[in-house]
Write a protein that binds this ligand. Structure first.
Ligand SMILES: Nc1ncnc2c1ncn2[C@@H]1O[C@H](COP(=O)(O)OP(=O)(O)OP(=O)(O)O)[C@@H](O)[C@H]1O
Ligand SMILES: [Mg+2]
Length: 370
């Protein structure tokens, strides 16, 4: 039987665990055309959640149209517009209609597309601008979304929205806001994982997006949900093992969605399952992420590394105590404060009650250095 767990792509259907409340909340925001800022740390399941909610939205009567715009890697307003253009086939699957829509909307663009051999529908569009980019194109394409939403309510998710912070086009945010505010029948989901950038875009009074969307953070998934979900999936595989083992997996991954999936993926592939198997898998996961963690570690200054070691060895508690500071050869609390500022900005450390290393496996990796 095929392994039902996956940790490298978005998950759906049986591979998607719970998030019932989040799905209900988001659907209600969509129905009421409320804009949302969907935030979480990396790999918590934002994109998967959006796709699950989109399925529900499309099943609603009257139907709600959905469009997912992946902004990852876009560097300019022009690429932002191109990303929307190439996502339009998600709403309009008939090639001729799509061409007509675009002909009447944005001039001077060249379109190329691939066709799905089975359905005959365009599966992807590529866009190039004939004679350069003109700012009016942003208004045109946003106006087109508005027109499309007149017939049927629309939800547009801008995934990796923090990319817009690097565009550098003058007035881009203002012009985008002006459009978005006019769209009564569209729910915009702004999604991303870089907290300080998103925070600045949406909470800085001097920026156009100030309070434009309701903040909706998503957290880890609770143990009870993971447990019944994973137990059900494992019941399809004829293998005897103590169900408590699943709880141990969740505990070791501190409920982190991607790591739980990765762990369970490897567990599924084991011919026999015992507590010893878990140590072996944990070791394997650390090995798989070795280069990623090493690169991150090497990008840090000596004081930042010491601060991380301090957080690991003290569990993030009382890191400003004199003996704690001395234990990692730092000279003062202000060195820790400065290091923490950068580590928090880089989303390596987060502060809840105590300081914590955001990535549980990175924390375990640092433990091996102590
Ligand atoms: N509801 C879920 N149930 C089980 N596993 C999940 C769930 N959501 C996400 N995952 C796991 O987390 C991984 C990352 O999911 P996804 O790409 O949706 O997260 P993301 O928050 O969009 O990530 P990124 O920050 O990279 O954009 C998936 O491959 C899957 O292993
Ligand atoms: Mg994502």
């Amino acid at each position: 039987m095929e392994n039902p767990f996956s940790y490298t792509s978005i998950v759906e259907g049986d591979s998607f665990c719970n998030r019932q409340k989040e799905k209900d909340d988001l659907l209600s925001f969509i129905i009421n055309s409320q804009n949302i800022l969907l935030y979480s740390h990396r790999r918590y399941g934002k994109t998967s959640l959006i796709f699950e909610v989109f399925k529900k939205a499309r099943r609603k009567r009257p139907k709600i149209n959905t469009m997912h715009v992946d902004l990852y890697g876009t560097l300019s307003e022009k690429e932002f517009v191109a990303a929307i253009l190439s996502s339009l086939s998600q709403i309009e699957s008939k090639v001729e209609r799509l061409v007509n829509l675009l002909k009447n909307t944005v001039r001077n663009i060249k379109l190329g597309w691939s066709i799905d051999p089975i359905s005959g529908a365009p599966s992807g569009i590529s866009v190039s601008f004939d004679s350069g980019y003109n700012e009016i194109m942003l208004d045109n394409i946003m106006g087109l979304l508005d027109r499309l939403s007149q017939k049927q309510k629309l939800v547009v998710a801008f995934d990796e929205f923090q990319e817009i912070a690097n565009y550098g086009q003058r007035g881009f945010e203002k012009r985008l806001r002006k459009n978005i505010q006019l769209h009564q029948n569209i729910c915009y989901i702004f999604c991303g994982s870089q907290r300080h950038i998103l925070n600045d875009i949406f909470n800085n009074k001097n920026r156009a997006f100030y309070k434009l969307a309701a903040y909706y953070p998503i957290n880890k998934i609770e143990t009870g949900y993971y447990f019944s979900w994973a137990k059900k999936l494992f019941s399809k595989k004829n293998i005897e093992f103590e169900p408590e083992i699943i709880k141990d997996v969740i505990f070791r991954c501190e409920n982190h969605p991607m790591y739980v999936q990765q762990f369970l993926y490897f567990l599924w592939n084991e011919p026999e399952i015992s507590p010893e198997t878990l140590n072996k898998i944990e070791h394997k996961i650390l090995q798989r992420h070795y280069h990623e963690f090493l690169n991150l570690w090497e990008s840090l200054t000596a004081n930042q590394k010491k601060t991380l070691k301090l957080i690991v060895s003290t569990d993030g508690k009382e890191i400003f105590y004199a003996n704690a500071i001395q234990s990692v050869d730092l000279k003062s609390g202000s060195q820790i404060t400065r290091a923490l500022e950068v580590l928090i900005k880089k989303d390596v450390v987060c502060k809840n009650k105590n300081y914590q290393i955001q990535d549980v496996m990175f924390k375990k990796w640092i433990q091996t250095l102590l």
